[in-house]
Design a binder for this molecule. Structure first.
Ligand SMILES: *Cc1c(COP(=O)(O)O)cnc(C)c1O
Length: 344
């Protein structure tokens, strides 16, 4: 089932380009990929201590670095795309250049990210890149390809039940480089580079055959899921001009939920809006608030820098519902409830 799933993922989502290995979840995939790229460095390169990543991401990104004995070095984000800010990244790379072990960009909420910019940083500063694309299955880039397609760096996707490609617990690591994928496969199978003999750092990252079967079934219906979610997104954007939605970088998203910012400087604060929506029977979230530098475990271990845009976006972010059985009328009703909360 896993072999079949990997083949189908490459053929139907990545148009036959590249290689992938399934994993039991994306967090383990991130841990393995970060380990692989830092182990490839020789000599002093191995002693580097920081994993450069945005503070506006899920806890798993930072945990994966810390499990590899790295310290998260958080960069700020852009106010419109909520992606890592290129100037914040460059500043930190210049400041900490020979102490950074890996850059871990996150494709925020699945929105397309310019991976060529990271490839340029990677070659300019000889820094490996591992892409957290946990929410990106179903998102197409500016060229109309599945986001991550053709990437020379490992790209990690989640198939957790909360993602657009929802199964139960599952994930995959994609890379255009076959050797990278085969090494990750061996690492995820107890480090067995030769049969039953550990040649690499290892753990058990395998996806169960039942998990692979669920994902194969999901794949059959996935085109419809993407189209449907894009329609829901359009209705949200039309019906809630009061909110600020994520700016797109070309391409098309298929959101796992509908993120937006409540107005700045309004007395209708984010938590008030969430409470009002709950009264109306609508469960809204606030990913990623608290952001990583606000969470005690990371705050005590990270390198703290200026995160003013992250603070601002984190204080105004709201995640509105999105799910496969949702109708356009559901979106309209939720939008009404949100507008009432914002203005009443
Ligand atoms: C969901 C998510 C993960 C973790 O994925 P799992 O498959 O649940 O381990 C990692 N990073 C980000 C940004 C996520 O949204």
């Amino acid at each position: 089932m896993n072999c079949e799933l990997e083949q189908h993922l490459i053929d139907s989502l990545f148009q036959g380009v590249g290689h992938c290995v399934t994993v039991c979840n994306a967090t383990i995939g991130l841990m393995l990929a970060i380990r692989l790229v830092i182990d490839r460095k020789s000599g002093a390169g191995r002693a580097r201590k920081y994993a450069l990543m945005p503070a506006f991401t899920f806890a798993a990104t930072a945990h994966a670095a810390i499990w590899n004995n790295l310290i998260p070095l958080f960069c700020d984000i852009e106010p419109d795309t909520w992606q890592a800010s290129p100037s914040s990244l460059r500043d930190l790379i210049v400041q900490f250049s020979d102490e950074i072990a890996v850059i871990v960009p996150y494709a925020t909420f699945g929105q397309s990210l310019d991976l060529s910019a990271y490839q340029a940083l990677s070659s300019d500063y000889e820094l490996p890149v591992v892409v957290d694309a946990a929410a990106s299955l179903g998102c197409v880039d500016a060229c109309g390809r599945q986001f991550g397609s053709g990437s020379p760096d490992p790209v990690i996707y989640s198939m957790h039940v909360t993602k657009t490609f929802s199964t139960s617990e599952a994930g995959m690591v994609y890379c255009n480089d076959e050797q990278t994928v085969e090494q990750l496969r061996a690492m995820g199978n107890f480090g067995f580079g030769i049969p039953r003999c550990a040649t690499l750092p290892g753990l058990n990252a395998k996806l169960s055959e039942i998990g692979a079967l669920l994902a194969l079934e999901k794949l059959k219906a996935f085109g419809g899921v993407i189209k449907h979610r894009q329609q829901l997104e359009d209705v949200y954007r039309q019906h809630l001009p009061e909110l600020t939605f994520q700016a797109t970088a070309g391409g098309r998203n298929a959101y796992q939920f509908m993120p937006a910012l409540v107005p700045a400087n309004s007395d209708r604060q984010r938590d008030y809006v969430i409470a009002k929506l709950a009264e109306a029977g609508v469960m809204a979230g606030k990913y990623f608030s608290p952001h990583l530098a606000e969470q005690p475990y990371f705050r005590e271990r990270c390198k703290l820098v200026d995160l003013s845009v992250t603070e601002e976006v984190g204080s105004r972010i709201i995640s509105l519902p999105m799910y496969d059985s949702m109708t356009l009328a559901d979106v309209q009703a939720i939008s009404e409830a949100a507008r009432a909360a914002l203005t009443s």
